[in-house]
Write a protein of this length. Structure first.
Length: 368
């Protein structure tokens, strides 16, 4: 954990609430087309054939446009992990008990989770926020507590969240993005933890893409084929229950999503509005990104995609976003771990762009 979140206060009263539409209706920041052109020109002058470094070149140019500088960098990375439980876990959709969510929050606080290790090795700032677990974790150093409820409601019976809970979850994500901006972060990564959240993410994705539950439901934390079939059935029941209310992306999120998914959507939207580049993690984070893009299409300009998850529904969501992930390592942990693993690629892209000699500097003949 970083100094900013050590001895973190409780946020039991929640973030200050704007009316849900007020900040969400603000426009996204504009990419800097001048620095994009400058970066593109520099790429043509470096001592290599054009395009020889493949996507490393285009990544540097993208970051130049996002950061407003022809010499981009990814040294200051901010990672926020949002944790929450899901009422739909009562339907037997996970291989693990709900107590694991709170146990993992404690593991984050102790620095023993995968994302904790990755953040340390990257020199990244790590923030953890507990939005509402079934098991009370008690106060934890380095964990922000915002108790929206003991998990969401079971969405096979009712909407997962009330309108107030959705507003507070979105606002929690926004405030996390604001802290990243204040810390002068060059890159934001959002992670999540919540038993049952692949079920919620699959349900939201089905609603937004008009897909059948069986095409997006996957094993999550390790379900067998029978478990996946049960999970698909649970999602199908929820889609049927809420089918008259799924046209709006935020309403679909409210009815089928989770506190941590909503916080991720809020963070991605806020980053786009403030001009903070985002590196999106795996399946659940990408569904949150889909919600954000459906809410505000220009959000897409501020999103980079880190990896292709082993969760089968991820490809469908990536295709809907026109996304090109950087890695495919078969990962499906969540927590922001896949995005963290991809950070060194971004750093290498920037180093090559910034530090390679031009033909003129090196005294090397250019293309004739």
């Amino acid at each position: 954990m970083n100094d900013e979140t050590a001895n973190a206060p409780s946020l039991a009263r929640g973030p200050r609430l704007d009316p849900i539409g007020k900040w969400l209706n603000e426009p996204c920041a504009l990419l800097n087309l001048v620095t994009r052109v400058e970066a593109e020109y520099r790429q043509t002058q470096l001592t290599k054939p054009p395009g020889a470094l493949g996507r490393l070149e285009s990544l540097a140019v993208q970051l130049a446009a996002m950061q407003g500088t022809a010499r981009p960098g990814v040294e200051r990375v901010r990672i926020a992990v949002f944790a929450a439980d899901h009422g739909v876990a009562a339907e037997g959709v996970s291989a693990f008990p709900q107590a694991v969510t709170a146990e993992m929050v404690r593991n984050f606080a102790r620095g023993g989770a995968a994302i904790s290790v990755l953040a340390r090795h990257l020199g990244a700032s790590l923030e953890v926020m507990n939005l509402g677990t079934v098991v009370d974790t008690g106060p934890l150093d380095g964990v922000l507590h915002l108790h929206l409820g003991a998990g969401t409601a079971n969405f096979t019976q009712d909407a997962a969240m009330s309108r107030e809970q959705l507003a507070r979850a979105l606002s929690a994500g926004r405030q996390s993005a604001e802290r990243a901006k204040l810390a002068d972060a060059q890159l934001f990564i959002g992670g999540e933890m919540g038993i049952g959240n692949t079920t919620a993410a699959s349900a939201v994705a089905c609603a937004l893409l008009g897909a059948e539950a069986a095409t997006l439901a996957g094993p999550g934390t390790g379900l067998d084929a029978q478990g996946v079939a049960r999970k698909a059935g649970v999602i199908a029941r929820a889609l049927a229950l809420h089918r008259e209310h799924l046209a709006d992306p935020l309403e679909a999120l409210r009815r089928l999503g989770g506190f941590e998914i909503a916080a991720l959507s809020g963070a991605f939207l806020a980053c786009a509005k403030m001009g903070v580049p985002v590196l999106v993690d795996g399946f659940i984070a990408t569904v949150a990104a889909l919600v954000a893009v459906r809410r505000c299409a220009d959000t897409k300009d501020w999103l980079l995609y880190s990896h292709t998850s082993a969760e089968p529904g991820h490809l469908r969501v990536l295709e809907a976003l026109g996304a090109q992930p950087l890695l495919n390592f078969g990962m499906h942990l969540g927590e922001g771990s896949g995005a963290a693993v991809a950070v060194p690629l971004l750093r290498v892209a920037c180093a090559l762009h910034n530090e390679m000699a031009t033909f003129a500097e090196a005294g090397v003949s250019g293309k004739s």
